[in-house]
Design a protein around this ligand. Structure first.
Ligand code: FES
Ligand SMILES: [Fe+2]
Length: 349
C-alpha cells in the first residue's frame, strides 16, 4: 500500500473482502458489546454482536461476568434475544437450555441417547471485560487484556473531564446505513469535511487544523476539538466539558464526548454486509444533567449523524462505480484515516 493513497475502491464492496475482514479482524478484536447495567444483577444477560458473531453476556448467580458465542451447539440457531433477568438461556428452535455459566442443562430427548454427552456442549466462551459502565467482548477467548487495546484512552477521557463512574445510561439508538463499514468509519476519522458538511457543528467547535488535534496511539485514534471562543449556532455548549472528544478504538468502537454537561456516547459499527453498516449508539449522561439538556446534546449529535449518512452514501455510490480505483489522502488532516487503512491493509495483505 503506497503512502498517500487509499485502499482500492473494490475493497468497499467485494463480499470476499468482507469475509476476509471477518476472519482476520473481527474474530480477534475487542469490541463494545453493551452497557454494564444490563448485567448488574446476578441472574441476568443481554445479547449483542462482536462484528458478525452473535454473543451473549451473562452474570450468573456466582456474580461472575461471562460471555459466550450466542449460537446453539445443536444446529446453530441464535440462542438468546434482547436482555432479561432469568436463570437460563433457552434456544427457541428445539429448546436446548443453557445455564448463565454456559453449561448445557437440558436437551429434550437426549436421555434416550446413551452416547449424548452434555458436558462437551456448553456455549463457546469469548473474552469479556467491564470498563467503567461498558462491557467489551473479544471472540478470541485467549485475547490479551482489554487494557492493552485501550492504552492511553482511559487517561485521555479523564484528562478531558469525563469521570466514567459518574455516567448513567440514558438511551439507545440504532441506524442502518447502506455503506461498507470502512466508509462509515473513515468518515468518522476525519474532520476535514466538517467546515463543508457540518455547519452547525463547526460554529461551536473550532475545526481549524491548528486547533483541532489529531493523534494515533496504538489501537486508539483521537480527535480533540476545543469549543470556539464565541460559539454560535443552535447548540449551547456551556457546562463542565470544554472540548469535544472523538475516540476510535480499532476496529469498530467509537466514543464521543460533546462539550457541555457531562455526557458520553459509545458506538458499535456492525459490518452487517458488504454495503450495510449498523451504527448502534448508547448515550450516557452525568447524574444531574436535566432531560432538557440531554435532548439538546442528542439533537446536536443526531444532526451531525444525519449529515454524515448523506456523505457516506455519496462516497459508496462513487466507489461502487469503480471508475476511480484509488483516492488520494491528505497526510496531515487525514492521518487517522491513513492509520485505519494501514491496519486494514496489514490484516488482509
Ligand atoms: S438449534 Fe438450538 S435447540 Fe436446536
Ligand atoms: Fe462528519
Amino acid at each position: 500500500m503506497k503512502d498517500g493513497w487509499t485502499l482500492p475502491a473494490a475493497w468497499y464492496s467485494e463480499p470476499a473482502v468482507l469475509q476476509a475482514e471477518r476472519e482476520r479482524i473481527f474474530t480477534s478484536a475487542w469490541q463494545y458489546a453493551g452497557p454494564l447495567h444490563q448485567v448488574a444483577e446476578p441472574g441476568s444477560f443481554f445479547a449483542s454482536v462482536a462484528g458478525h458473531i452473535p454473543v451473549v453476556v451473562t452474570r450468573a448467580r456466582d456474580e461472575e461476568l461471562r460471555a459466550f458465542v450466542n449460537v446453539c451447539r445443536h444446529r446453530g440457531h441464535v440462542v438468546a434475544q434482547g436482555a432479561a433477568c432469568r436463570e437460563t438461556l433457552q434456544c427457541p428452535y428445539h429448546a436446548w437450555t443453557y445455564g448463565l455459566d454456559g453449561a448445557l442443562r437440558r436437551a429434550p430427548r437426549s436421555e434416550r441417547e446413551p452416547s449424548f454427552d452434555a458436558s462437551v456442549l456448553s456455549l463457546l466462551p469469548v473474552a469479556v471485560e467491564a470498563w467503567g459502565p461498558f462491557v467489551f467482548v473479544n471472540p478470541d477467548a485467549a485475547a490479551a487484556p482489554l487494557a492493552e487495546t485501550l492504552g492511553e484512552l482511559p487517561r485521555a477521557l479523564a484528562d478531558g473531564g469525563v469521570d466514567l463512574d459518574r455516567l448513567r445510561f440514558h438511551s439507545h439508538a440504532e441506524w442502518s446505513q447502506e455503506v461498507n463499514w470502512k466508509v462509515a468509519l473513515e468518515n468518522y476519522l476525519e474532520c476535514y469535511h466538517c467546515p463543508v458538511a457540518h455547519p452547525g457543528f463547526s460554529k461551536v467547535i473550532d475545526v481549524d487544523p491548528d486547533a483541532y488535534r489529531l493523534s494515533v496511539h496504538g489501537f486508539v485514534s483521537s480527535q480533540i476539538g476545543p469549543v470556539r471562543d464565541e460559539p454560535r449556532g443552535g447548540y449551547d455548549p456551556h457546562g463542565e466539558l470544554r472540548q469535544s472528544q472523538y475516540h476510535f478504538v480499532w476496529p469498530n468502537t467509537t466514543i464521543n464526548v460533546a462539550p457541555g454537561p457531562l455526557n458520553l456516547s459509545i458506538e458499535r459499527w456492525v459490518p452487517a454486509g458488504p454495503r450495510t453498516t449498523v451504527e448502534v449508539t448508547d448515550y450516557f449522561f452525568g447524574p444531574d444533567v436535566t432531560e432538557e439538556r440531554i435532548q439538546e446534546v442528542i439533537e446536536w449529535d443526531t444532526q451531525v449523524a444525519q449529515e454524515d449518512v448523506a456523505l457516506v452514501e455519496g462516497v459508496q455510490a462513487g466507489l461502487d462505480s469503480r471508475a476511480v480505483p484509488q483516492g488520494r489522502l491528505l497526510a496531515e488532516s487525514e492521518q487517522l484515516v491513513a492509520a485505519f487503512q494501514r491496519r486494514v491493509f496489514d490484516a488482509l495483505a
